[in-house]
Design a protein around this ligand. Structure first.
Ligand SMILES: N[C@@H](CCC(=O)N[C@@H](CS)C(=O)NCC(=O)O)C(=O)O
Length: 204
């Protein structure tokens, strides 16, 4: 079996490295950066025609979309996957909710408060995102009442996907959402998460 993961870990590729680490899958790490010439090349577009990272090639099978990749890897490995249909449904629910409801505002907030060079930051965009995020965090806080994990009695790929989308949530501040803060800490305390964070911080 051969698995190649394309994308520097300091990008959405982080999610895929975290999943591979959790699942114990050996992989080749191709640390191409966004903004770099490699991801615009014809060779890479044959793998991911969007010319974005991440993408994988798994035994000759190319796949893009970070959260689809983590779902595929977990399902294939038969690990971190809920045992029943409802758990599976919750996995899709939280993964899609993360991608469609949370990723946009959290990214906008992070870009326009800390990631972009100061001259390029637009405070109104950050303020609008900061208005949207609490509503979403209230939803997650409610969902975590009386349960430790999102889709089963144990950590699953649903937790990984949403926690990965919420990577920068502690910088936004989670004091008003104690259950979210606790869940986020428990996700990132996992040894595989720590290895993926170390890869991300290594900035190859
Ligand atoms: N929805 C896609 C988004 C992929 C994406 O936009 N990746 C960024 C890096 S995090 C990228 O490659 N940007 C380069 C570009 O848009 O040119 C996913 O989750 O995989």
């Amino acid at each position: 079996m051969s698995l190649t993961i394309y994308g520097a870990a300091a990008s959405r590729a982080f999610r895929v490295y975290w999943a591979a680490e959790e699942l114990g899958l050996p992989y080749e790490h191709v640390a191409w950066k966004f903004g770099g010439p490699e991801i615009k090349s014809a060779e890479y577009r044959a793998i991911n025609p969007n010319a974005t990272i991440p993408a994988i090639v798994d035994d000759g099978f190319p796949l893009f979309e970070s959260l689809a990749i983590t779902l595929y890897l977990a399902r294939k490995a038969g690990k971190l996957w809920p045992a029943d249909l409802r758990g599976e449904a919750l996995t899709y629910q939280w993964t899609l909710w993360g991608a469609t409801e949370v990723e946009g505002p959290l990214g906008q907030w992070a870009y326009h408060t800390m990631l972009l060079p100061e001259a390029d930051r637009k405070p109104p965009i950050a303020e609008e995102a900061a208005r949207k995020l609490p509503v979403k965090l209230d939803v997650l806080e409610g969902a975590l009442a009386g349960r430790q994990w999102l889709a089963a009695d144990a950590f699953t790929i649903a937790d990984l996907n949403l926690a990965a989308v919420l990577f920068r949530a502690p910088a936004f501040g989670l004091a008003r959402w104690p259950r979210v803060a606790d869940w986020h800490s428990r996700c990132y305390a996992r040894p595989a998460a720590q290895r993926a964070v170390a890869l991300r911080n290594a900035k190859p």
